[in-house]
Design a protein. Sequence first.
Lengths: 479, 105, 227
Amino acid sequence: MTDWLAEAPWMLLAIALPLLGALLAFLRPHRAAMIGLIGAFMSAGAALAVLLQVVFGGPRQYEVGGWGAPLGINLWADGLSAMMLAMTAVVGTAVSIYARVYLADSPNKVRRFWPLWLFTWAALNALFQAADVFNLYVTLELLGLSAVALVALTGTGPALWGAMRYLLVSLLGSLAYLVGVVLLYHLHGTLDLTLLGERADGGLALAIPLGAMIAGLLLKIGLFPFHVWLPPAHGSARAPVSAVLSGLVVKGAFYLLLRLWFTFSPEGEGLPILLGSLGAFAVFWGSIQALRQERLKLLVAYSTVAQLGYLFIAFPLAGMDPALAWGGSIYLAVSHALAKGAMFLAAGSIMMQGGHDEIAELDRVVDRMPLSLAAFALAGISLAGLPPSGGFVGKWMLLQSAMAQGLWPWALVMIVGGVLTASYVFRVLGFAFTRSPHAHESHNVPHTMEWTALLLALGAVLLGFVAPWALPLLDGVLP
Amino acid sequence: MNGLTVFALTGVGLLVIGLWALVLRAHLIRKVLALNVMGSGVFLVLVGAGAAPDPVPQAMVITGIVVTVSATALALALVLRIDTATGKPTLPEDRERDLMDEHWQ
Amino acid sequence: MQTERDPCEPGVVLRGMLAVLLACVACGLCWLLWSAPLAPGLGDAVRAASAQSGIANPVTAVLLDFRGYDTLLEIAVMTSTLVGVWALGPAPKLHERPPSPVLLGLDSALIPFAAVICGYLLWVGATRAGGAFQAGSVLAATGVLFILSGRRPRLGLPDAPMRWGVVLGLATFLVVALAVMGDGRQFLEYPPGSTKTLILVIEAAATVSIAVILAGLFIGGRPDREP
């Protein structure tokens, strides 16, 4: 049994299976949902198998084509990659089950959604395991283009605008990243990340290419002030698509940023402080905007803008105890994926029930959809960083890091941010408990949808408990 | 070995020109064209910066061109749909003005 | 469009800031390329390994052997883009204008030529400049000519829907890449001796797909017959 587990090329299958699933779902449009769901389960299974391989066998390298770097392309799966793959598997499975039911009424959307979603998943799995900078460019493009098409699937004017803006920003980001790749190749003669990490010395010859790549990735992550595209795109997409975008797609670019940071270990105080400051601005700006929103999906989208800011606070804190700061940031990213995914799925259920997503008009949702509201509340607990959730663990680690170094301004940012997060979550909950002045239609929402959102939210809370086992995965990854 | 060949210099120039137009032009097709120009600039730097002909950058450029063509196709299809659905091929905040003031030219 | 602008308008400030930013970017890139020593690059490694791979043309060797995984993902990008464009809606109707006789005459001359050129480019890719992308583009151009002149190709093939052509390239690539993993080989590691054949198979399928996808992207939406 262990032989079979250890020998099989799960790393490759995690990429090949969703690609094959996408092709099959496209080829057989009338069976797209069934094929899509099976493909999703298989992709999740392969990703979890990679996690097990890394847990029991340590980091793995795979030489595609048998050539090996620098001539060929290598894949690399360590604790960080495995964690990201597992995060994608969990959120992806939940979204797939939800989408199967959510889209059941629109056969047109069904046959378009599944191939695009599986292409997105394949891109994510390929991104998390890539160890070659140009290969990463191609995976970034696959990810971006599929995600844009998923946003445009909604078909309305705002969705098309959101998709167009997202596409323009995404392409600009990819080009900036490619400039960095070009410079690195000409300066060091290789495209392999490990070799580049060894050959790059520092100084401006590293700062300029790395700066270009980071700028491109910041655009794709949606960090303040490059966040303008995010609320329209995530807010106007269909609920399962929004969950994928906020939960997974932006984490792909963030993972790449971390990977580059860990590989090249740039010195200097300026850039980390700049990134941390932008993160702080994102926390405040995103939370305040979320408080002002009248539509539920846009509130959740602005919440993503704010939460992404937290991830960057680790940069200025990584001086003294890097494992603590980075571990907190990564754990926060994973918890956010589950929590935000749950929040968007719950919002989708609530919208389907009432036919609208005006927050002020939420009509006693607590009576009609207690499960969805519970999911929303639990997700909110993780986002606000309240114990015992995964979000709490991540925030606690960052706070510890800040206090231990006496950098209390960052700690203040996180505490204030937590208060603001709790405010906008409770605002929604408050309206959900009250009766609305206007009458609204009432639709039936399938229980599967409510349960997937709730289970995903419970997962975010559960992450708080499994932290002692999950965090050691990152040993050896962090500088 | 000096990397700043004529090709590389031209590539940087295209990159800069494209970025200028991408930010300041409101018409979506102009933005897509600007991205294409930027892409061409990057490819020119990639292939043209070295002295000896190197097959790996050439292969990278082939891949890059294919990816750029696909992205452009998706962008243009979106522009078409936006124009049909909303009447104008611009994004909402750019509607009121084209930031490149026509009467300055 | 004439508008009154006063100097404090965001337009001027934005343009100024952008100009400064672009100047910095240009100077930084130029300075780096000017001053930093360039590394020798992978050309020598490719030439050394080319003998082992059996492909004389170094670019094709890189594209389909050494870095074949990149090419696989790139074909996935093309395929997924076509799926995305089809998802946007039905194909927009072109202006219903009768095609000019010049176009029709040119068709009769160019299209048979193009088919031959496509086959040649595909075949010669192993030794000289050429390959799947070049051949596929020529074939796609043929498709575009057909669309513009309002004709339909009479190929005598079974009436398979377009989506088979779209899927063929990526599917073949994946199947070959997985199938060679028999004797402890890695993904996409061709057995020694059959490299040329397998690459030709992959490229042939890719040519068809690239042509269909590019022509399909030109159409800009879902064709009538596709669900």
